[in-house]
Design a binder for this molecule. Structure first.
Ligand code: ADP
Ligand code: ADP
Length: 227
C-alpha cells in the first residue's frame, strides 16, 4: 500500500514540484498517474522509490515510513519495487539474459536460482527465445518488454513505470499496458505515469491527475467517461 499524507516536495531553488498531495493506492490496485509535462509525475515516483525525500508531509509504502528510513535500509527497500523507464535503460553491451539478471546479481542471488528466475521473467513477457540476443537486435517494443522483465525479476510487490509507452506506436503501447495489467492480475500493485490519455481511458483503472504539483482528480473510469 502506498500512502501520501499532505506530501510536499520543493527542489533546491524553491520550485514546488508537489504541493500537499494526499492519496492512497491499495495493495493489488493498478492506477494511472497523469498530468501535463512538469506536473510532478516523475517526482511522485521518485518519492516512492526513495530517490527523493519529501520536504514536508509523510509517505508510507508497504508499512515503511520513508521520511525516516535510514540510508543503509534503502537498497533493501528498493528490492520490493520494480521500475520501468521510458527509454528502458538497458545495457547495450550485455545480452537480454544479463540485463534481466542484473537486479539478482546486485542482491546476490544463487546462480541456479538466477537462471530460473530470469527465464521465468522472460517467459512472462514472451521473450524466452531472445535471452542470448543483444538489445539492439530487438524491436523497440521488445526492448521495453526486456525492461519490464528486469523490473519484475525480483518479484516486487510494487511495479512503477514512468512513461513506459512514450516511444512506442499505439499497438505496441497497448501490448505493454496489457502486460502491466497481467502483473496486476496476479497481485502486483502497479502505478504508471503516462500522458497517453486515449489509452488510459480505454482501461478500467483509477486515474490520478496532477496539475502543477497538486492532485486535482482521483477518478474511477466511470468518472472519466462521464466527465
Ligand atoms: P513530470 O514528470 O510530470 O513531467 P517532474 O516531476 O519531472 O514532472 O517535474 C515537476 C517539476 O519539478 C518541474 O517543474 C521540474 O522542472 C521540476 N524539477 C524536477 N526535478 C527537479 C530537480 N532535480 N531540481 C529542480 N527542479 C526539478
Ligand atoms: P544514488 O546512488 O545517486 O542515490 P539511486 O540509487 O537513488 O542513485 O538511483 C540510481 C538510479 O537507479 C537512478 O537513475 C534511478 O532512476 C534508478 N532507480 C532508483 N530506484 C529504482 C528502482 N526501484 N528500480 C529500478 N531503478 C531504480
Amino acid at each position: 500500500m502506498i500512502i501520501l499524507d499532505q506530501t510536499t516536495k520543493r527542489y533546491q531553488g524553491g520550485h514546488e514540484a508537489l504541493r500537499s498531495v494526499s492519496l492512497q493506492v491499495e495493495k493489488g490496485e493498478m492506477v494511472f498517474l497523469t498530468g501535463h509535462s512538469g506536473a510532478g509525475k516523475s517526482t511522485l515516483l521518485k518519492l516512492i522509490t526513495r530517490i527523493e525525500v519529501p520536504t514536508s508531509g509523510q509517505i508510507r509504502v508497504n508499512g515503511h515510513l520513508l521520511n525516516r528510513m535510514p540510508k543503509r535500509q534503502v537498497p533493501f527497500y528498493r528490492r520490493d519495487i520494480g521500475m520501468v523507464f521510458q527509454n528502458h535503460q538497458l545495457l547495450m553491451d550485455r545480452t537480454v539474459f544479463d540485463n534481466v539478471a542484473l537486479p539478482l546479481r546486485v542482491s546476490g542471488a544463487h546462480p541456479d536460482d538466477m537462471q530460473r528466475r530470469v527465464r521465468a521473467a522472460l517467459d512472462k513477457v514472451g521473450l524466452l527465445k531472445r535471452e542470448k540476443y543483444y538489445p539492439q537486435m530487438l524491436s523497440g517494443g521488445e526492448q521495453q518488454r526486456v525492461g519490464i522483465a528486469r523490473a519484475v525479476v525480483n518479484r516486487p510487490t510494487i511495479l512503477l513505470a514512468d512513461e513506459p509507452t512514450g516511444n512506442l506506436d499505439p499497438l505496441l503501447s497497448r501490448e505493454v499496458m496489457n502486460l502491466f495489467a497481467e502483473f496486476n492480475r496476479v497481485g502486483t500493485t502497479v502505478m504508471i505515469a503516462s500522458h497517453d490519455l486515449g489509452l488510459i481511458a480505454r482501461m478500467p483503472y483509477r486515474v490520478l491527475t496532477l496539475r502543477e504539483g497538486s492532485l486535482v482528480r482521483s477518478s474511477a473510469i466511470e468518472g472519466l467517461r462521464n466527465g
